[in-house]
Design a protein around this ligand. Structure first.
Ligand code: ADP
Ligand code: MG
Length: 350
C-alpha cells in the first residue's frame, strides 16, 4: 500500500539546515496533511516532493519509482499553490488546459478533460470568463481543476484555502475532501490550521522545525499527543507543571502548585513533569484528579462556556463546559476534576 516514500531528506539554505533525516510515507489514496507553524518546513518538503527544489540528501519514491532526479514536469505531481498562480490574462478554460498543452496533448484531446475538470469543481459555466472576473473561491476551484486535469499520480496543496474567509474555507474543505475521495486521489495538504487538518485528513504529520513530531490519525493526535508541542498545536489544553513524587506500577504521583495529580506514565521520582488534559474532559467538581483554582474569567460562548483558571507562569488552566453555564464568576474559587485515564504526562518540561 505504501505509495509515496520520502526517505532521509535534508535541506539547507545558505548553510542553515532547515530539514534533516526527514522520513515521510503516504499510502495510496490517502489524504495526508502536513501541519505546523509558519517556517517549520512544510513548503520546503512539498517543493522537494514536487521536484521544484532539490534536496541535499535523501530520496523520493513514488509508486515504486525513484523520482528524486526527475525534473518537476516528469513527476506527474500537481501542485496547488497558496496564491493559486493562475494566468490572469487567460480564460478559465485556457488556464485549466495549460498543463495538457505543456505536455503536447493533441488539441482534439484537450476540450473534453478540461470540461470534466471544470465540472468536478462546479465551474463549467465559467469556462470562457477571464480569471480576473472570478472571486477568490472561484479562482481556488480553477486552480484545483488545473491541477487535476492532468490526472496526477499525486496532488500537493500548499495552504490552498488560506486566502479564503472562514465559511468559504469550510465549504471548500468539504468539497475537496469528497472530490479526492471519489476519485481515489492521493494528496498532501499543507496547512497551519489544526482544525482544517483535522477536518480533511486521514492522517496528519505534525511538523516542528524541520521534523515530524507525530504522524497519526486526527483522533489519536488529539487524544494521545506524543509531545507537549503536539498537544499545544492540536487543540487547546490545560497544562500544569509539577514534580514526580512517587512512581509505581506505571502510575505517577505529581505535585503541582494546585494539588496532587495522578497519571499513567514512566518517569523517575524527582523528575520535572508536565501534566495535560483536554479542557472538555474537565468538569466542575471533584474528580479522580482535581485542582482548585481562582477563576480568571468565565466566557459564555453559546455552544460552550470556557473557564480560565488563574495559573502560575507557563501553566494554563482551561475548562470547557457544554452550553451556557451561569453562576460562575471571575474571582470565585472552583474545583475542577477529571479522570486519570484522560491525563497526559510528559517529562522534562520546566
Ligand atoms: P513553511 O512552509 O512551513 O512556512 P518553509 O518550508 O517555507 O516553511 O521554510 C522553512 C525554513 O526554510 C524557514 O526558516 C524559511 O525561512 C527557510 N527557507 C525556505 N525557503 C528558503 C529559500 N528559498 N531561501 C532561504 N531560506 C528559505
Ligand atoms: Mg509554506
Amino acid at each position: 500500500r505504501r505509495y509515496l516514500d520520502v526517505w532521509g531528506v535534508a535541506k539547507s539554505f545558505k548553510g542553515t539546515r532547515v530539514m534533516s533525516g526527514m522520513n515521510f510515507r503516504v499510502d495510496r489514496g490517502e489524504l495526508v496533511s502536513l501541519l505546523g507553524p509558519s517556517g517549520c518546513g512544510k513548503t520546503t518538503l512539498l517543493r522537494i516532493i514536487a521536484g521544484l527544489m532539490e534536496a541535499d540528501e535523501g530520496s523520493v519514491v513514488l509508486g515504486g519509482r525513484d523520482i528524486s532526479r526527475f525534473p518537476a514536469h516528469r513527476r506527474n505531481v500537481s501542485v496547488v499553490f497558496q496564491n493559486y498562480a493562475l494566468f490572469p490574462h487567460l480564460t478559465v478554460a485556457e488556464n485549466v488546459a495549460f498543463g495538457l498543452r505543456a505536455r503536447g496533448t493533441p488539441k482534439a484531446e484537450i476540450a473534453g478533460p478540461v470540461a470534466e475538470a471544470l465540472r468536478l469543481v462546479r465551474m463549467e459555466s465559467f469556462a470562457e470568463r477571464p480569471i480576473s472576473a472570478l472571486s477568490g473561491g472561484q479562482q481556488q476551484r480553477v486552480a484545483v481543476a488545473r491541477a487535476l486535469v492532468v490526472r496526477p499520480d499525486l496532488l500537493l496543496l500548499d495552504e490552498p484555502f488560506s486566502a479564503l474567509d472562514r465559511k468559504l474555507r469550510e465549504t471548500m474543505q468539504v468539497e475537496l475532501k469528497s472530490l479526492l475521495r471519489d476519485r481515489g486521489i492521493t494528496a498532501i495538504f499543507v496547512t497551519h490550521d489544526q482544525e482544517e487538518a483535522m477536518g480533511v485528513s486521514d492522517r496528519i504529520a505534525v511538523m516542528n522545525t524541520g521534523k515530524i513530531e507525530q504522524f497519526a490519525d486526527p483522533s489519536t493526535l488529539y487524544a494521545r499527543p506524543a509531545s507537549p508541542f503536539v498537544m499545544d498545536f492540536v487543540g487547546l489544553s490545560t497544562r500544569v507543571s509539577g514534580r514526580v513524587t512517587a512512581a509505581a506500577g506505571g502510575m505517577l504521583q505529581i505535585e503541582s502548585p494546585y494539588g496532587s495529580l495522578r497519571a499513567a506514565g514512566d518517569l523517575p521520582v524527582g523528575a520535572q513533569a508536565m501534566v495535560g488534559v483536554r479542557p472538555e474532559l474537565i468538569s466542575v467538581g471533584q474528580g479522580e484528579n482535581s485542582l482548585t483554582v481562582t477563576l480568571e474569567d468565565a466566557m459564555v460562548l453559546g455552544s460552550k462556556t470556557v473557564l480560565h483558571g488563574r495559573a502560575a507562569e507557563g501553566d494554563r488552566i482551561l475548562c470547557e463546559l457544554s452550553g451556557i453555564r451561569s453562576g460562575l464568576a471571575r474571582g470565585e474559587s472552583v474545583t475542577l476534576g477529571w479522570e486519570v485515564a484522560d491525563t497526559l504526562v510528559y517529562g522534562g518540561e520546566a
